[in-house]
Every structure is written in C-alpha cells, then in structure tokens.
Write a protein that binds this ligand. Structure first.
Ligand SMILES: [Fe+2]
Length: 313
C-alpha cells in the first residue's frame, strides 16, 4: 500500500529560481535564503521518497485567462519546463507517475472533487523552484530524484478554492494514495506565498506576524486555518498571499497530529516572505518515515534529525 509520509511547505518565488540559474546563490542576499534549505535537502536525501505530489499554481504558463481549471492534476508521463518569457528554466523535464496520478484522479473525482485531468502540461517556476529548494540544483540533462505528480490550483483569478475545500481535497488525496496497491512512500508539497502583494498601493506588503501564526497553526491546528475566508488572506497577507491555501491541501493529506521537523522563515526575497516547513506523519510502530534500510541508514537518519534545529524566526 502506498502512503504519504511527510508534507513540505515552501515558497516558490521566481527570483529564487533566477538566482539559482544565474549562479548567485553565494551572494549574501541569496545565501541567506538558500542556506535555510540546506538541512531540508539533507532531509530529502535521507528520506528518498518514491514519488512526490507537488501542489502549486500555474502563472499563465500552461493555462491562460481563456481556461482556468480550479484543480488540474498532471497525469502525463512527463512535464517540460515552461518558457516564462526568457526561455525555459535549465532544469530537467519532470517525469510523472501516470499510474498513480490516474488512480488519484479516479478516487478523488468519485469522491466528488472535480479535478481537471491534464495529459499534456508544461510546468513553471511555481513547481520547479520548490523542487530545486528541496532537491538541490540539478543539471537539465540529468533527472529529478523521483517521479512527480503536479497538482495545479487556481489562485490567480477570482474565485480561488476556499481553504476548507483545499484541506478536504488533501484528505481525499490521502485516501486515494492509501488505496494504491504498490508500496510507495509519497511526500506532498504545498507551495506558494507566504505574505506578498506584487501590485497596487500595497505592493511590497509583508506580514511576518500573520505568516508565523499560519506556520504555527499549520503544524498544530490546521482546522483553524481551514476556516479562514479569502478576504482575511487578502487583507492580512496581500493579494498574492492567497497562494497559502495550497499549503492546506498538503496539510489535509497528513495525520491530524504531525511532527514538525524543520522550519525556516526569512524576509524578504524579491518582494515576498519566504516560508518553509517540513511535517512528518507520526511514526507508526516506532518506524520513521526514512527509507527502511540497514541499521546504519536508520542511525544516519536519526543523526541527521538530531542536527536539525527548528528555526523560529
Ligand atoms: Fe506565485
């Protein structure tokens, strides 16, 4: 049986991708951001998921104002990086997992969540930047470490889905994954945000207090977040802060009680707040979410976990 072992929340600031692609990660401004993900990359190397589901939003790359699906699931065998105006990012083509994706589509749609099925789709920075932050920089002629199932969510044109709808969709995705017969260890990403507004009189808005409370509740009290209406995101986190509802899909797919193993928060990056969190499902029967291998691997994971310090900005 497949199972979701952990959830990852991460911003997807496009300038982070540009900094990575243009060799600026050691510049002091960007080093502050990238250094916050070094422990996360070690966690990912230790965890070695079989599949990742990445919840993200398209920025008029695969879709346009002509067609805007609320939830679009990538069921293709591969997803090329999109040309966002200056050529595709120099990252590998994302390889999908059509069998699991199709299984999720069937289960979730029959559970009355009306996903759009995408058998051809390009993916933009909304997906590839968080993947770089967790998997590291990977040459475009190489490959990502595991297959990825994209789930695109409309947060660019009103009305986006409610936080509650997202949270419940996460639960339906978990049910779908757990009814898949193969033994797959799955991680799920929620991406976007945190607080930011990129246009209008409030351009540049960042609300660190809101962001940190959001991260606290994401970890301990997600049901409270699921009740937040759109207008509160707009008022408190800025127009583009509505991207944060996507983190609730990730959270809905996890146990009610989770282990927060890492958190990072810094401002600003470009004109946004960068937030990041890793939540593991509770260990069952003393097993860790790390890949079960020899005892040495277990010890290595435990040592890595011991080194991880929770960063509370
Ligand atoms: Fe975005």
């Amino acid at each position: 049986m497949a199972k979701i072992i952990a959830g990852i929340g991460s911003s997807h600031v496009p300038a982070i991708g540009a900094a990575l692609d243009n060799g600026k990660t050691e510049e002091p401004y960007w080093k502050r951001v990238f250094s916050g993900f070094e422990k996360s990359q070690q966690w990912m190397r230790d965890t070695k998921p079989d599949v990742a589901i990445v919840v993200y939003n398209d920025h008029a790359s695969a879709f346009s104002v002509e067609i805007i699906p609320t939830f679009a699931l990538g069921c293709a065998a591969e997803f090329p990086p999109a040309d966002e105006g200056w050529g595709p990012r120099p990252v590998p083509v994302v390889k999908g997992h059509p069998a699991l994706a199709s299984h999720i589509a069937q289960s979730v749609i029959l559970d009355e969540f009306d996903l759009t099925i995408c058998n051809k789709m390009e993916v933009d920075h909304g997906m590839t930047v968080p993947m770089n932050l967790l998997f590291g920089k990977i040459d475009k002629d190489s490959h990502w470490p595991c297959p990825v199932i994209p789930l695109a969510v409309n947060v660019v044109m009103y009305p986006p889905p409610t936080g509650h709808r997202c949270y419940m969709l996460g639960k339906a995705i978990r049910k779908a994954v757990e009814s898949y017969p193969d033994d797959l260890r799955v991680v799920i990403f929620g991406t976007g945000g945190l607080s930011h507004q990129i246009s209008g009189p409030r351009a540049g808005l960042i609300n660190s207090k809101w962001d940190k409370t959001f991260l606290d509740n994401l970890s301990k009290n997600p049901q409270k977040l699921a009740k937040i209406p759109h207008v509160d995101y707009m008022r408190e986190a800025g127009a583009e802060g509505i991207e944060m509802v996507m983190w609730l899909i990730m959270r809905g797919a996890l146990d009610d009680k989770v282990d927060e193993v890492y958190r990072f928060y810094t401002v600003p990056a470009s004109n946004t707040a960068v937030g990041h969190i890793i939540l593991e499902n509770h260990r069952r029967g003393g097993k860790t979410p790390a890949r079960r291998k020899p005892a040495a691997g277990k010890l290595k994971h435990a040592a890595a976990r011991a080194k991880i310090q929770r960063v509370r900005g």
